[in-house]
Design a protein around this ligand. Structure first.
Ligand SMILES: Nc1ncnc2c1ncn2[C@@H]1O[C@H](COP(=O)(O)OP(=O)(O)OP(=O)(O)O)[C@@H](O)[C@H]1O
Ligand SMILES: [Mg+2]
Length: 471
């Protein structure tokens, strides 16, 4: 059998017994490690195993701590905890943290075989559900993901993967350009998770300062500092049992990253003004539109924090890489913004122009474009003349002038994208740069207005302008 298994136990005799039993069961690819710190280092270095059998009580690092490391570094490794009779309570806690099962010592060969085979079977099923080759149907996705409109296979696979992660407490890192739906996805994951009935708290990590961090995360007691007239729960207390969404984590000041790291490590904290230890049970989902690898190589993002947050990694592709979603989204946005009872129509020319556009602000930008067009159309069909000038200027491949009255295209549910000729002549980064600078100049160099026009965040705009040497 090709499956790889790592055994971690400080008791060498037990390791030998376990290894020879597994060999007898046909498993040959086995790594036995009696030092949990070495096992942990193996995972941190990118080691990949199908199953980890982990003893609960070990010197240097206990089983639960090792489980944490594994779930953070290799979420696809299924963990089986090995416990003594009196440790069952802790074992259950491990299940909550993402372990698949636990075995109580002494372990019979039969129990071992059953458990390992069951675990591999689950892994196989998960792989089938999620495997690159499989064709995922929108109906196969949990209904909590419904607000995320998509017909793209790539996106459906991401949603399926998100659904699989949602059941455990593994931290999730969502990456993707501005406006691609990171927050929408984070909320959906929370809504699918067993924590759905408890709070989902979004925190903008870019806007935190050192003086705010403790008060915001830990809260304070009455009189903790001048002006603290009443006590206040921080994010951790408020979110206890729920999900904390660490938004824009790539923009978090480096000096605060160590503080966050400590929170993520043990969930323990002291409220300002009190010496009593508190504990919060929280699932963390982080999001960023920054390239964290680049930030780490520039020493602007801590590696240890990255390993903590990246458990399950989900990358949302930009809208221009899933053009089949454009008509679906237009349909949804027209329905959303049209007055009730008005016909929902869009001209072919307008649709064609919208299909050819690159959307640096992604879905948020498309939403704004449609909202504006619907307002201007005043109940008529959305046609080219109601679209912003920079989109109108794009060649539509049609003979009609922007002010003629081309045939209307009534929107149907499940509308598919039409094929457009590929006429990209510049790299997308260049097109994006030109477009942003053009909008910036047109707005009289007003950053807030430009950000609003483009449907992107002010921080994102500032960063981009800086990289173009505009600030
Ligand atoms: N697939 C989608 N279907 C429908 N609406 C979407 C989809 N993706 C995003 N949206 C909408 O687009 C807007 C932007 O989404 P969201 O705030 O989740 O993006 P984001 O990636 O967090 O952006 P930023 O990086 O700028 O914070 C929201 O109004 C959201 O509801
Ligand atoms: Mg966001």
């Amino acid at each position: 059998m090709k499956s790889s298994i790592i055994l971690v136990d400080d008791d060498r005799d037990f390791l030998d017994i376990l290894k020879s039993r597994l060999n007898r069961l046909g498993f040959k690819n086995i790594c036995a490690e009696n030092d949990p710190l070495k096992a942990s280092a193996l995972f941190e270095a990118g080691g990949v195993f199908d199953i980890a059998l982990i003893d609960m009580t070990m010197p240097g690092m206990n089983g639960m701590e090792l489980l944490d490391v594994i779930k953070n570094t290799s979420p696809w490794t299924e963990c089986l905890m090995v416990t003594a009779v009196n440790e069952a309570r802790v074992a259950v806690e491990c299940l909550r943290k993402g372990a698949y099962d636990y075995l109580v010592k002494p372990i019979s060969e039969e129990d071992l075989a059953l458990s390992v085979h069951r675990t591999l079977e689950r892994k196989r099923l998960l792989d089938i559900l999620d495997i690159e080759k499989s064709n995922i149907q929108p109906e196969g996705i949990h209904k909590a993901f419904k607000p995320i409109v998509t017909g793209s296979q790539n996106m459906l696979k991401i949603l399926k993967e998100a659904e699989l992660h949602a059941g455990s407490d593994v931290p999730i890192l969502i990456t993707g350009e501005s406006g691609t739906g990171k927050e929408l996805l984070a909320r959906a994951i929370h809504d699918v998770s067993p924590r759905a009935a408890l709070p989902f708290t979004p925190v903008n990590m870019a806007s935190l300062t050192a003086s705010l961090f403790e008060a915001e995360f830990f809260g304070h007691t009455k009189g903790a500092f001048t002006g603290a007239e009443s006590g206040r729960a921080g994010y951790l207390e408020h979110t206890d049992g729920g999900t904390l969404f660490l938004d824009e984590i790539g923009d978090m000041p480096i000096e605060l990253q160590g503080k966050l790291m400590r929170v993520l490590q043990n969930g323990e904290y002291l409220k300002l003004g009190s010496s009593a230890q508190h504990r919060a049970d929280i699932r963390f989902i982080a999001a960023t539109n920054e390239d964290l690898d680049k930030l780490m190589s520039r020493k602007m993002f801590r590696k240890d924090l990255y390993y903590r947050i990246r458990g399950g990694r989900l990358h949302l592709p930009p809208l221009r890489e899933r053009p089949e979603d454009i008509p679906l989204l237009i349909n949804v946005f027209i329905r959303r913004y049209c007055a009730k009872g008005k016909p929902l129509q869009i001209n072919d020319d307008a649709l064609s122009a919208l299909m050819k556009y690159d959307y640096p602000g992604n879905i948020r930008e498309l939403g704004t474009i449609i909202q504006t067009a619907v307002n201007l159309a005043q109940g008529k069909a959305v046609s080219l003349r109601f679209l912003p000038e920079h989109i109108r200027r794009k060649k539509t491949g049609s003979q009609n002038s922007p002010f003629s009255n081309p045939p209307c295209h009534p929107l149907k549910k499940g509308d598919k994208a039409r094929k457009t000729s590929d006429e990209a002549v510049l790299p997308l980064t260049e097109i994006e740069k030109n477009y942003i600078l053009d909008s910036y100049n047109r707005s009289g160099k007003n950053k807030s207005r430009t950000a609003r026009m483009l449907g992107i965040g002010l921080n994102t705009l500032r960063r981009k302008l800086k990289s173009y040497g505009e600030e």
